[in-house]
Design a binder for this molecule. Sequence first.
Ligand code: PLP
Length: 376
Amino acid sequence: MIPYGRHKVDERDIDFVVKALKSDWLSTGPLVENFENEIEKVSGAPAVSVTSGTAALHCAYAAIELNPGDEIITPPITFIATQATAALFGAKIVFADVFKDTANIDPKSVKDAISSKTKAIVAVDYAGHPADMKELREIADKYKVFLIEDASHSFGSIYRGKKVGTLADITTFSFYPTKNITTGEGGAVCSLNLDLLDKARKFSRQGLIRDPDKFKIRNEGPWHQEVHNFGLNYRLPDILCALGISQINKLNEFKLGRQKIFDFYSSQLSDLSWLKCPVRRDYVEPFWHLYPVRVRSDLRERFTTFLKGAGIGVQVNYLPVYSHPVFSDMKIDKRLFPNSESFYSSEVSLPLHNNLTQEQLDFVVAKVKDFERVII
Ligand SMILES: *Cc1c(COP(=O)(O)O)cnc(C)c1O
């Protein structure tokens, strides 16, 4: 079976992790800061490393002090962690439809969804293609709300010449094995706003304050640390930071590799009348995480079954989040989200990762073309 997504770990990664295992630190040691500095070089903004992309989102919402009754505006085409971590603070999840082609949140729909309770707009860079951050920034500034970017797919992507990480008030990344680089499980929060980043860091480190200047209890002694707000333990251990540092060393190689596969698929498949290849706006340089094609809705299931039967792993990204039973009491009217519905009903992600050989790519393309014979 050719997997649709897979990590690439080599001997250099393994050596680096083994070195960390033999060092004095397993949890928080020197590699945490090293990794965060390496992340900053890619994202253009200071970073806090955490244990997952989900944890990163949780920290982002903690940093903006999301409270019960606050609203966040989100796209339906994403992994549910984008919303789940906000719902856990008691926030109301509001949905705005996506663009037909990129599946990124449509600023016009966002504008329609703004209310006096809106606390944040949350964009997701679907497939690695940055969302329309310039337009979203304008709306966020106009209504004085936060702009958060779930960049789980787009670590290393560029938007209008700027690094993903510098565009939103807070940006979150995931280092899950299928993502652009991996630490096994891991993630990061980035922000140019050091006050927000400090709040995110505190939340990820049990709320502990160690800076004597910030103490409310005075003259307690050199052992003293105190908590002003509750937090959790989302610290990414040194062992995993070692893997992250080693993976970031290969970032350009990974990005180029994915770009080449993306271009190959597009050159081979763009002539098929019954299939649409993913698009790219000319002002973005994505680090492609997915290769999402679109087929006619009535063919989608047969297409995935056909490819899986040939040993090709495919995935559908994603069921619109409001369709998950956990949202059933919201009684969402799906007709309000025609683009999300049509995107979901026709989307299939082809294999895209840095282990794919040219032979395998030729095989995937041949099988996709073969499907034509099945449907005619
Ligand atoms: C992967 C992903 C997450 C969650 O990241 P984890 O590291 O798996 O917790 C959140 N949002 C999106 C869009 C993702 O793809």
